[in-house]
Design a binder for this molecule. Structure first.
Ligand code: ATR
Length: 275
């Protein structure tokens, strides 16, 4: 049997086993997929022990181990290099461990699945943490015409822009975001999880906005998406689709098979709404 796992701490809440078992069923694969909680300083040991098992092909990695996974693996994936964060490990046939960050591809695929036009888009990305870093290269690869980064701490946005895609990412302060006139607005901060907005929002900001995207999800629409919708965003999407798409990209790395994400998103939405 092909063996997979997700490492995190805490990990009890993870939906990854549910998602990957649905993919496996669709793709006629029989897999095991466990949740493994490692101690804060024990990720590498735990990952090595897991991956040394016969049949273990890879694993996912979540908080707080994404940097440990980046340091542990051989990383050629640009998004993972930018983020200095790995969410997917794959063991090759010669036993080497490769690291990827599939979050950005997950975001791009979810936007495209939901009809967003990224080629030629003007994208405003709010927040400059690891989540923002990992999506910059995939958004640029999707052909956006401008990518603008805004953050509470402006200097941090400038550092992220310079380190990931020098000359290709604009930086603005949060007080100037309405001037960007974005067609896509993405909130990469986790402010919504605390019921907070990442910054002041206005109807001017959403004048040309086809889609507002919040990378987190909750049972209810997030405060960011509720406000964006009121202020004129034509469409709103939360991060549940991104969660499923990043998992699908990992599943494809491991098995070379492409699961049908649509039905998995529908099933997960039901699950999450009932929580
Ligand atoms: P992650 O790795 O998940 O992106 P992070 O590295 O802690 O998390 O980064 C969080 C980002 O969201 C940061 O850019 C942070 O702004 P600062 O750089 O000024 O700290 C931003 N952020 C978090 N909570 C926020 C809030 N309530 N309002 C505005 N920005 C917030």
């Amino acid at each position: 049997m092909k063996k997979f796992a997700v490492f995190g701490n805490p990990i009890a809440q993870s939906l990854s086993p549910t998602i990957h078992q649905m993919f496996a069923k669709q793709c006629d694969e029989v897999i095991s997929y466990e949740k493994i909680s490692a101690p804060d300083d024990g990720f590498i040991e735990a990952a090595e022990a897991f991956l040394s098992q016969e049949g273990a092909l890879g694993c996912n990695v979540t908080m707080p181990f994404k940097l440990d996974a980046y340091n542990f693996a051989r990383v050629e994936d640009k998004a993972a290099q930018d983020a200095k964060a790995v969410n997917t490990l794959m063991k090759t046939t010669n036993g080497e461990v490769l690291g990827f960050n599939t979050d950005g591809v997950g975001l791009v695929n979810d936007l495209i699945n939901n009809g967003a036009k990224l080629a030629g888009a003007s994208v405003l990305l709010i927040g400059a943490g690891g989540a923002a870093r990992g999506v910059i290269a995939p958004l640029l690869a999707a052909g956006v015409s401008t990518l603008t980064l805004a953050n509470r701490t402006l200097e941090k946005a400038q550092i992220v822009a310079d380190e990931t895609a020098p000359g290709k990412v604009e930086v603005v302060s949060l007080s100037d975001i309405a001037m960007v006139k974005p067609t896509v607005v993405i909130n990469s901060t986790a402010a919504s999880l605390h019921g907070e907005l990442p910054c002041a929002l206005s109807s001017e900001l959403f004048e040309r906005c086809d889609v507002a995207y919040d990378m987190v999800y909750k049972a209810e629409p997030t405060v960011f998406l509720t406000e964006a919708s009121k202020l004129g965003a034509k469409n709103t999407l939360d991060g549940l689709g991104m969660l499923v798409e990043q998992a699908a990209a990992a599943f494809t790395i491991w098995t070379e098979k492409q699961p049908d994400t649509k039905e998995v998103v529908v099933a997960l939405r039901e699950l999450v709404s009932a929580q």
